[in-house]
Design a protein around this ligand. Structure first.
Ligand code: M6R
Length: 306
């Protein structure tokens, strides 16, 4: 494949398959704090939903860079989880050094700085990710978070086994090129999702910003009606993930356009693995149409170490 980003998008089914054959175990805790940045923060938001909804453990999440201004509350039995693709992100290293509770890292960075600061490391084993925009490491982080949440709930995350083949089906069918063509000259985009897919709206918007330079805003579908909808005009399309009919109907009343990402036929809790794929592909295809160096977009580096 011509670009690392596309190659890495296509590697996701195999990365996930490999992780499924591994068992993960951690001790019971009564509170979880998550620290991360960027795409890892979006994975963390999904982790927060899982720890609260599946494992019933109160969970707080904060961007590592913000946590120095407002540290998360720790109890004697709190677990802090740092999520970082590289293991070298300066903000997450700084945030971790102020933490007193037990610390776990979820990282792809073998022997990285963060692995030396924590009590336990869970590797995402996604193989080197060369594209600046994270794709396969994001879904690998999700697998680990699902495994942890279900482990803490003493349950099996059985639906994870269905994910690789469902991603393969999406990649094979790939109908994104046509949508990308229709958005080639768009300057602004809104991405909406709800529930566990709100984080995918954020992640889709981040991917679009990073590699297409289109101004893309991720928003919770319900919240979008409380003000941001005022932004819309016929030149600003909305990409809608999942079951957000009420918001879609309100957007269409004024002839504004909505592109719907199909709802996968699996329990909603597991859909983020599948809803993120079309958004990754859309970001890639649009970057190519807009003649952007997709693996090395301007102003960003693979890891922010200062
Ligand atoms: O290596 P990390 O996961 O700690 O990096 C955090 C962010 O800098 C990173 O996710 C960034 O947002 C990527 N360019 C996402 O594609």
């Amino acid at each position: 494949m011509t670009h690392f980003m596309l190659k890495e998008i296509h590697e996701q089914p195999d990365v996930i398959r490999r992780l499924l054959d591994r068992s993960i175990s951690i001790e019971k805790v009564d509170r979880i704090n998550i620290l991360a940045c960027g795409t890892s923060l979006n994975a963390g938001l999904i982790g927060q939903s899982l720890f609260e909804q599946v494992a019933k453990i109160p969970t707080q999440i904060r961007s590592s860079s913000e946590s120095i201004y407002a540290p998360l509350i720790e109890t004697p039995n709190t677990l802090t989880i740092a999520i970082t693709q590289s293991g070298e992100t300066a903000d997450t290293i700084a945030a971790l050094t102020t933490v007193r509770s037990k610390r776990i890292a979820i990282t792809n960075g073998i022997d990285s700085t963060i692995t030396k600061l924590v009590d336990q490391t869970i590797y995402t084993n996604a193989g080197e990710e060369k594209s600046v925009a994270a794709t396969k490491t994001f879904t690998a982080q999700l697998v680990v978070l699902y495994q942890l949440a279900f482990h803490l709930a003493n349950q099996e995350a059985q639906w994870l086994r269905e994910i690789p083949q469902q991603i393969e089906a999406i990649l094979k069918k790939n109908t994104i090129a046509e949508i990308a063509k229709s958005l080639e000259n768009t300057r602004n985009l809104i991405v909406i999702g709800s529930g566990i897919n709100t984080a995918i709206a954020f992640e889709g918007a981040l991917k679009l910003k990073e590699v297409t330079y289109i101004h893309a805003e991720g928003c919770a579908a319900g919240e979008f009606l409380h003000g941001p909808i005022a932004l819309l005009d016929p030149q600003i399309p909305t990409i809608a993930i999942g079951n957000v009919k009420k918001t879609i109907d309100r957007i269409r009343v004024n002839q504004n356009s909505v592109i719907e990402i199909p709802t996968p036929a699996i329990p909603e809790l597991f859909t983020p693995f599948l809803t993120v794929i079309p958004l990754q592909l859309l970001a890639y295809e649009l970057a190519i149409l807009r003649k952007i160096d997709v693996d090395r977009p301007r102003n960003i580096t693979k890891s922010l170490t200062t």
